[in-house]
Design a protein around this ligand. Structure first.
Ligand code: HEC
Length: 111
């Protein structure tokens, strides 16, 4: 009986944690936004060929020591001279930032 109670409490806690993570950011959604809006200029994943030398690839951005979800969100919240302003929502910015940071792991292969 006690074990059951402990188990059901941990199910609830797990569910809450997962719901919290989903609300905070959705890496899968960040990936699809990246493919839709960023892939014209950026290499947005580890496998596709390099886009252009002038534009940093997302894996390269992820490897920069200065890159965090916060720094990406700040970068993506303002418009940039050479980068079009997509007016992504705050949620989309969080998703894309989480996706880019997720490319850091597993660690770089030396590219
Ligand atoms: C029209 C081409 C173009 C598109 C589309 C584009 N970018 Fe960029 N992006 C660039 C260029 C060029 C740079 C490097 C020069 C600069 O920082 O402005 C850059 C730089 C960046 C950087 C900063 C890297 C650093 O050095 O700190 C990030 C992060 C970034 N882009 C994310 C994105 C995301 C996310 C999208 C899609 C929502 C996107 N970009 C779409 C051209 C583009």
């Amino acid at each position: 009986m006690r074990i059951r109670a402990v188990l059901s409490v941990s199910y609830v806690v797990c569910g809450l944690l997962m719901a919290g993570a989903a609300a905070a950011q959705d890496i899968g959604n960040g990936e699809s936004i990246s493919r839709q809006w960023c892939a014209n200029c950026h290499q947005v994943d580890r496998s596709s060929p390099r886009g252009s030398d002038a534009v940093p690839s997302f894996p390269a951005i992820a490897r920069m020591p200065s890159t965090t979800e916060m720094s990406l969100a700040a970068f993506l919240s303002s418009s940039h001279g050479r980068m079009p302003d997509y007016s992504l929502t705050r949620q989309e910015i969080r998703d894309v930032s989480a996706y880019i940071v997720s490319l850091r792991d597993p660690p770089a292969t030396g590219r």
